[in-house]
Design a protein around this ligand. Structure first.
Ligand SMILES: Nc1ncnc2c1ncn2[C@@H]1O[C@H](COP(=O)(O)OP(=O)(O)O)[C@@H](O)[C@H]1O
Ligand SMILES: [Mg+2]
Length: 248
């Protein structure tokens, strides 16, 4: 789970907040979609959740661990796939995965079993012995995903996971997210594509210019009845830039 309380971030020299006074709760067992246009503050929020950026104000709790007070326990309990995975080009895929397995202390038999499962699913079994620099972008993303799932994290966080993936891979990504929450875990991912969120998410939050402007189930958002009773359909139209094509 994730709990953000009054979280704000302003980059050095910036005149406006990248994220402002954000309150958010993501519950165990749910797939939560974090929606918003480019530059809205999604990546900044995610970096604060995974501990790559420090919030200026507010509190970040992950699986019950305060990120400031107990960062190691918090990080141990999550798996993270960034928007542009930066893997080690001179390692082979398998060397990379074993490195991750060592860092997270995944024992041999468990490691083999999980690797076999994901590599098979992603059709990486053959290529995994090659250098990462020879992998396509999609393959690198799948490798990053496998690495992030290797320690079966209670919270799985992905930043724009569908970008650059072919339809088959993106289908697999969705399968993996569903599989992960079925085991009682939590998935949090950002996207600017409404359709993906619609297919997958139990709940979504919409961020715009650093502020959370709506949060709820798709049904709640669709019928435009959020906590304040404001019209969310309009927000969606603005978000997705689809003019009048949005309907129930
Ligand atoms: N490292 C940075 N330094 C300064 N400003 C940044 C940095 N990263 C992001 N920003 C700014 O913060 C805002 C939010 O960006 P970001 O969190 O990347 O949005 P999103 O992921 O929703 O596209 C944008 O205005 C962006 O220009
Ligand atoms: Mg981003």
């Amino acid at each position: 789970m994730i709990r953000l309380q009054g979280v704000s971030k302003r980059y050095k020299g910036a005149s406006t907040y990248a994220v402002r006074d954000l309150d958010l709760e993501v519950r165990p067992g749910e797939i939560f979609g974090f929606l918003g246009p480019n530059g809205a503050g999604k990546t900044t929020t995610i970096k604060m959740i995974v501990g790559l950026l420090k919030a200026d104000q507010g509190k970040v709790l992950v699986n019950g661990h305060d990120l400031t007070l107990d960062p190691i326990a918090a990080k141990r309990s999550m798996g993270y796939v960034p928007d542009k995975p930066d893997l080690y080009p001179r390692l082979t895929g398998l060397e990379y995965l074993n490195l991750i397995g060592d860092v997270y202390g995944v024992d041999g038999p468990t490691r083999s079993k999980r690797l076999a499962h994901y590599l098979e699913m992603f059709q990486l079994t053959e290529a995994v012995g090659d250098l990462i620099q020879s992998f396509s972008r999609g393959m690198q993303q799948k490798l990053a995903l496998t690495g992030a799932l290797l320690h079966a994290p209670a919270l799985f966080i992905l930043d724009e996971p569908m970008v650059g993936l072919d339809p088959k891979s993106s289908h697999l990504f969705k399968e993996i997210m569903r599989e992960h929450v079925k085991q009682g875990n939590t998935v949090f991912f950002s996207t600017h594509v409404l359709e993906v969120a619609e297919q997958l998410c139990n709940r979504v939050g919409i961020i715009k210019q650093g502020e959370l402007i709506a949060c709820g189930t798709m049904e709640e958002l669709r019928t435009g009845r959020d906590r304040d009773g404001s019209s969310l359909e309009k927000l969606f139209l603005e978000l997705t830039d689809e003019g009048g094509s949005y309907e129930e």
